[in-house]
Design a protein around this ligand. Structure first.
Ligand SMILES: [Zn+2]
Length: 433
């Protein structure tokens, strides 16, 4: 391609600040394996098809853990550049803070979450993973993934011991600041190539303050990243104030909006604003309780929290209040085809609403999107990778990108990877009042 490629949604997460989220996702994937085997528990040997699936999952796991073991954001960026090969690349790395997922109440100070607690959690997850994996060893002794399993054991060991990381002695607030600094160093090291977005949790005053100080045109961060299922409402009072400011300044916001992904670990949560249930928005300031416990049933829990705290109808309400908001509802619904219907309507109705196709790892889904939605708002779809979280769901990055090349023609690709990205990131439209 002649023009540069914008990857408008990626993450440069490394072991110093992210490990838990990724390990939980691994755990979730491994429980798939567990199901796969238990369906077949009366047979001695796994079928060939199962072996292939297990082998692929283990390969992906090792792949992601290798990236996770990177020593800095720059290190992860080098891997990403390598994955794109010779292409002229511009990236939008999104900051993230997994410690949001532990927060129950507004007043709670989670910056004191100690390294010891984190280590205990990591160890628990590691043990669970190994427990699940070990169950296959008996069934798969003669199969070649046996040796890969052994290397995975070692890597998990290394990761949870993680003795030499600079962030080891930091509390979670410092870890967040450390992450921001790394992204800003990268931006300086790659002028015009790296446009980081700042992660905001409206329950945390310091992130709201940083948003006003550090985000905007000619400021260190270009935009804002929100992840509401981490434990807050899109209609949070503090966010409404932030939207006002972002709309005025035309600051782009990328909000995770998949029926899936990740979510808060807590069962009881204090929210301000409103949540979604049974097809409607319920205005609410106070505690809510989820039906599903995250640790018992992570997949079901994530879907429940996505529905309550991130349903596109909640965003429709936000847009009624701020119709000129420059908003990317990321992932175009994820796997949730019913969410896509809602999101496309918002993209058609509001001039500055976009979506990105990051982490759409299935060629079939890309075909579905092209056939049913692309022509309805061709200027509003963005390309993104969600690197390296996308590598949980596909065997290689090359395959991920090849799917896009296969499904979309040259004109569509140029819009996705260049024109639309430039419009979302840099265009400044006057607010009509
Ligand atoms: Zn993402």
């Amino acid at each position: 391609m002649k023009t540069p490629i914008y990857d408008t949604h990626c993450h440069l997460l490394y072991k110093g600040y992210i490990t838990r989220r990724i390990l939980y996702t691994l755990l979730d994937l491994m429980s798939d394996l567990d199901k796969l085997i238990s369906y077949n528990k009366f047979k001695n040997e796994a079928t060939q098809k199962q072996k292939i699936k297990i082998s692929s999952l283990i390969k992906r796991t090792i792949n992601v853990i290798n990236l996770m073991m990177s020593s800095s954001s720059q290190d992860v960026l080098h891997h990403l550049e390598h994955s794109y090969g010779q292409m002229d690349l511009i990236i939008v790395p999104l900051a993230y803070d997994v410690s949001s997922c532990f927060q129950e109440a507004y007043a709670q100070d989670i910056s004191t979450l100690t390294i010891r607690q984190e280590r205990d959690l990591l160890n628990d997850i590691r043990n669970d993973l190994l427990f699940i994996l070990d169950r296959y060893v008996q069934k798969l002794t003669h199969y070649k993934i046996f040796s890969q399993l052994k290397s995975l054991h070692n890597k998990l060991e290394l990761l949870t011991n993680n003795k030499n990381t600079e962030t080891r002695a930091l509390n979670s607030k410092d870890v967040y600041m450390f992450q921001l600094n790394q992204l800003l160093e990268l931006k300086q090291a790659y002028p015009g190539r790296v446009y980081p977005f700042l992660y905001v949790d409206p329950r945390r005053a310091h992130t709201l303050r940083l948003a006003k100080e550090l985000v905007g045109k000619d400021k260190p961060f270009l935009g804002i990243k929100l992840y509401t299922p981490n434990g807050y409402s899109p209609l949070d009072q503090n966010l409404l104030e932030l939207y006002e400011y972002c709309q005025q300044e035309q600051i782009p916001i990328t909000a995770h909006n998949a029926y899936g992904g990740f979510s808060t670990f807590v069962k009881k949560l204090e929210i301000k604003g409103g949540f979604f249930r049974n097809g409607q928005i319920i205005e609410h300031n106070g505690w809510i309780e989820f039906e599903t416990d995250f640790f018992t049933s992570p997949h079901k829990a994530i879907l429940e929290r996505a529905e309550r705290l991130n349903h596109p109808m909640l965003w429709a309400k936000v847009l009624e209040l701020f119709p000129q908001l420059r908003l990317n509802l990321a992932h175009f619904g994820g796997d949730g085809k019913h969410w896509q219907e809602h999101v496309i309507k918002l993209m058609i109705k509001y001039a500055n609403v976009y979506t990105d196709l990051s982490c759409q790892t299935q060629e079939r889904m890309l075909q579905h999107i092209k056939k049913n939605y692309l022509h309805l708002a061709p200027q509003k779809f963005l390309y993104g990778s969600d690197y390296y979280l996308n590598l949980f769901f596909i065997d290689s990055f090359q395959q991920y990108f090849a799917n896009f090349l296969k499904v979309f023609d040259d004109t569509e690709l140029e819009r996705l990877t260049y024109q639309n990205a430039q419009a979302f990131l840099f265009a400044s439209k006057k607010v009509i009042s």
